[in-house]
Ligand binder design. Sequence first.
Ligand code: HEM
Length: 452
Amino acid sequence: MTVVPAPAEALALAAVEAPAAPRRDCGLLRFNADFLRDPYPPYAALREAGPIHWSDALFQGAWVVTRHNDVEAVLRDPGLSAQRTAGWVKRAGERTHGGTDGSAAELRAFQRLFSRAMIFLDAPDHARVREVLAVGFHPTRIRALAPRIDAIVAEAVSERVAKPAGAIFDFMADIARPVPSRVTCMLLGIDPADQNDFIAWSDDLAAFIAAPQPDTRQLRRAHRSLLAVVRYFAGVLEKRRHTRGDDLVSLMLAAEAQGLFRSDAELLAQCAMLLLAGHETTRNLLGNGLNALLAHPEQWRRLRSDPSQVPAAVRDLLRYDSPVQYTGRRVIADMDLCGQRVRRGDLVIALIGAANRDPARYSEPDRLDLTRRGLTHFSFGRGAHVCIGAGLALMQAEAVFARLLQVLPDLVRAGPPRWNGNAALRGLEALPVFRRTARFTDHNQLRLALSR
Ligand code: HEM
């Protein structure tokens, strides 16, 4: 494999190495159990208290922006960089015996690969890689996948239909996990038989990337899983060099042959990124979305009586409980941001989940309203890094909800959902549901039946 020096990391490291200026924690952001269950009250407090706050709870300290217009401005600002991995890795590495146990070299290797993923690149590298991937995510190409996505969804849902009414199943395990992971396999042209490995690897990477303050265990697991992903894709690339297909990996190999990728490592980094970005987020859209719908039975009924509203409904579900709650940027040079002087290397967190509930933008923002029209949500980001897979995610969510309404219209929650404890990639670990029958009309009856 060609080894090429990592892209400039000086900026991200500046934040770690520069002596910290005294800053006071705003005291409004605590990632405790209450927050992980319902982050929206603390978001409202932050939004109301001012446009920008310092929080010690995020990484090694960060500026936090919550209002709609400010989040939009941050995501579009060319004065803010997407390169932000070195600080996380270095910080987590310091907790691994100060990096003196040989982990430092491991961490550097991890960081090198990680930082090449498009989501962490700035112009001009970002534009070069995005141009390659944009071909694979072209709307015509994505639309052509519709029949195959429908078939994947139909298969996952029909197994549940075959179960007797009243039987409890976990929507996350049975539908929300397998559907996006099968679609990701299809997109990348990899064997669906390997999907359980992917889910495990990608869960480890997500737990690290999305932790406000990743610990040693999370770093170690993410490192191990990233190496497993790299080994796996190195094998896939080798085989695909001989037999190209109509998938994203083949497309990236063709781009590499034209010199559009700088190294194998750069190509592998995109494979690892797509694996993670593709299904973790979509799984959370399906889980958070169904959870919100079943918690608002009148909205579920309304949708059932007019399934043509599903595409509009998915938009408000995305706004209401976004699968990606925040993203970050680094300050390139000292500047004023929301009336605050911020310094080169500072981390800025754009709280997408808070912007999606800003009353200055949405009327009654805490109300799920599937009939909302014309108001765009922030859940796919904005600016140069706006989600490239949005069309694919929407297509999957629309297919799943439409199919559920059609064949399992009497779905209800069988108990409280279990949250995944991830502040950035907010989602559910488990969502127990069942089909209501004449016998089980409420939870008490269900509980009684279960205890027998
Ligand atoms: C509901 C599902 C999804 C949500 C909520 C979501 C959200 C996001 C957000 C907020 C960003 C911007 C991050 C930033 O600015 O730092 C992003 C970027 C990205 N997403 Fe998604 N995403 C979803 C599904 C997908 C899918 C299905 C794929 C691919 C199969 C994908 C691939 C990507 C990639 C590659 C980027 C980086 C784009 C760039 O840096 O230019 N996403 N996504």
